[in-house]
Design a protein around this ligand. Structure first.
Ligand SMILES: *Cc1c(COP(=O)(O)O)cnc(C)c1O
Length: 375
C-alpha cells in the first residue's frame, strides 16, 4: 500500500506531467511572467466553465474576498455577516477593511450558515452576507438570497472550497457555486479542488459595472495607466500559475468525481457504526468534497485523532477553534449560546484524507482503523 497522504499532489501531477512541464517552460521561454496570454486564456476558460460573465484573476483567495468587499464599496462600520465555522480568511478581510464582522452559527449536518441565525443577526447596519460553501457543498443560497433581497444586502460567496459544485434552485435552474450572489471568490491554493502550483485566486461576477471596478482595484486602482482613481491593491495571478490552471481546469469535473467516489466508499464503510455521522449533502447542491469530515459521538475525538496518527493515517481537525473565540475576533456582543452548534462541532469533527488519488486499499485501512477504535 502506498503511504497515505492527506492530499496527494505528486501523483496527480505525474498523470499530466508532460503537458504541465511544457506549459511552464513555454511561459519561462516567453518571459511573459505577468499578465501573459495564459492569464487571459485561463480567465476566458473559467468564465465558460462557470457560465459567468466576468472572472477577474488575483493573487489568492484571501485577496479575492478583500477585493470583492472593496469593489462593493463597503465602508467602515458596515456589518458583514459570515459563518462562525470556517477558515479565518473570511472574517480576517472584513476586520482588515474596518468593517464589522458578525459571526453566526451553522447547521450541524451541513456545516454551512444557519438561516435563522442569519436572520437574527441582521441590523440596520448590515450591508453584506458572506456565505461560505464549506467543505465542498453550497450553503442554502435560495434562502440567503431571499434574506438579502428583503434587507437590500450584498451576497459574496466564498467558494474557495466548492469550485465546481452545482446549485439547483426550486424552479430547476442550476448555477455553479460562486455565480449565484453579487460576487463570488475562490482560491487556487495547491490543495484546493482546482489548485495551482503556488498561490492564486479569482473573483466572479455577472455585474458589468462591478467587474469594471474590480479590474481597476486589483491593479492599483488604475482604470487608465498611471491614473489612480481609487485606492487599489496589487493582486495578480502570474502567468505560470495560469498556465497550470488552464491545463487542470478540463480535469476539474473528473477530479470532483474522484473525490465524490472516495466519499461514497468511505460512507459505505462507516455505515456500520452508529457513533459516526458521515457527511450530509443538502438536496439543492452537489458536493465536491474538498474535505471529507466525520462527526463522532460517544468517542474521544482527540484520542481518535492521535490513534490515526499513530497508524500513519494523516487527519485534521477543521476547525479546532470557533472564530468567535479567536483572540483576534472576540467581541463582547457575542453570546456563547448563539454558537451552540459550532461549539459542539469543534469537539466532534475529524477530516480524513481526501484527494483525487485515494486508493480503495488505503481507504479500507483508514476505515478499519477508525472502526476498530470507535467499536
Ligand atoms: C483557502 C480558503 C481561503 C483563502 O484562500 P488563500 O488562497 O489561501 O488566500 C478563504 N476561504 C476559505 C473558506 C478557504 O478555504
Amino acid at each position: 500500500m502506498n503511504k497515505i497522504q492527506m492530499v496527494d499532489l505528486q501523483s496527480q501531477y505525474k498523470k499530466i506531467q508532460p503537458e504541465i512541464d511544457k506549459a511552464i517552460l513555454n511561459v519561462v521561454g516567453s518571459a511573459a511572467f505577468i499578465n501573459g496570454p495564459e492569464v487571459k486564456q485561463f480567465q476566458a476558460d473559467l468564465e465558460k466553465y462557470l457560465d459567468v460573465k466576468h472572472v477577474i484573476p488575483c493573487a489568492n483567495g484571501t485577496d479575492a474576498l478583500q477585493i470583492a468587499m472593496m469593489g462593493l464599496g463597503l465602508e467602515q462600520g458596515d456589518e458583514v455577516i459570515t459563518a462562525d465555522f470556517t477558515f479565518a480568511a473570511t472574517v480576517e478581510v472584513i476586520a482588515l477593511l474596518k468593517l464589522t464582522p458578525v459571526l453566526v452559527d451553522v447547521d450541524a449536518d451541513t456545516f454551512n450558515m444557519n438561516i435563522d441565525a442569519l436572520k437574527k443577526a441582521i441590523t440596520p447596519k448590515t450591508k453584506a452576507i458572506v456565505p461560505v460553501h464549506l467543505f465542498g457543498q453550497c450553503a442554502n443560497m435560495e434562502a440567503v438570497l431571499e434574506v438579502a433581497k428583503a434587507h437590500n444586502l450584498y451576497v459574496i460567496e466564498d467558494t474557495a472550497q466548492a469550485i465546481g459544485a452545482d446549485y439547483t434552485f426550486k424552479n430547476g435552474t442550476t448555477k455553479k457555486a460562486g455565480t449565484i450572489g453579487n460576487v463570488g471568490t475562490t482560491s487556487f491554493f495547491p490543495s484546493k479542488n482546482l489548485g495551482c502550483y503556488g498561490d492564486g485566486g479569482a473573483i466572479f461576477t455577472n455585474d458589468d459595472d462591478l467587474a469594471h471596478i474590480i479590474r481597476g482595484i486589483v491593479n492599483h486602482g488604475m482604470y487608465k495607466r498611471y491614473y489612480h482613481d481609487v485606492v487599489g491593491v496589487n493582486s495578480r495571478l502570474d502567468s505560470i500559475q495560469a498556465a497550470v490552471l488552464r491545463l487542470k481546469l478540463p480535469h476539474l469535473d473528473a477530479y470532483c468525481d474522484a473525490r465524490k467516489n472516495a466519499a461514497v466508499y468511505y460512507n459505505q464503510g462507516f455505515s456500520v457504526s452508529n457513533k459516526i455521522t458521515t457527511p450530509v449533502t443538502s438536496n439543492f447542491t452537489t458536493h465536491v468534497f474538498h474535505q471529507y469530515t466525520l462527526r463522532v459521538n460517544d468517542v474521544d475525538r482527540n484520542a481518535l485523532h492521535q490513534h490515526l496518527l499513530d497508524n500513519n493515517i494523516p487527519n485534521a481537525i477543521y476547525y479546532p477553534v470557533p472564530l468567535h473565540s479567536q483572540k483576534a475576533y472576540v467581541d463582547s456582543r457575542y453570546k456563547e449560546e448563539d454558537f451552540a452548534v459550532t461549539n459542539e462541532l469543534i469537539e466532534t469533527v475529524i477530516s480524513l484524507p481526501m484527494h483525487t488519488e485515494l486508493e480503495k486499499e488505503q481507504q479500507d485501512f483508514i476505515i478499519k482503523s477508525i472502526l476498530d477504535f470507535v467499536k
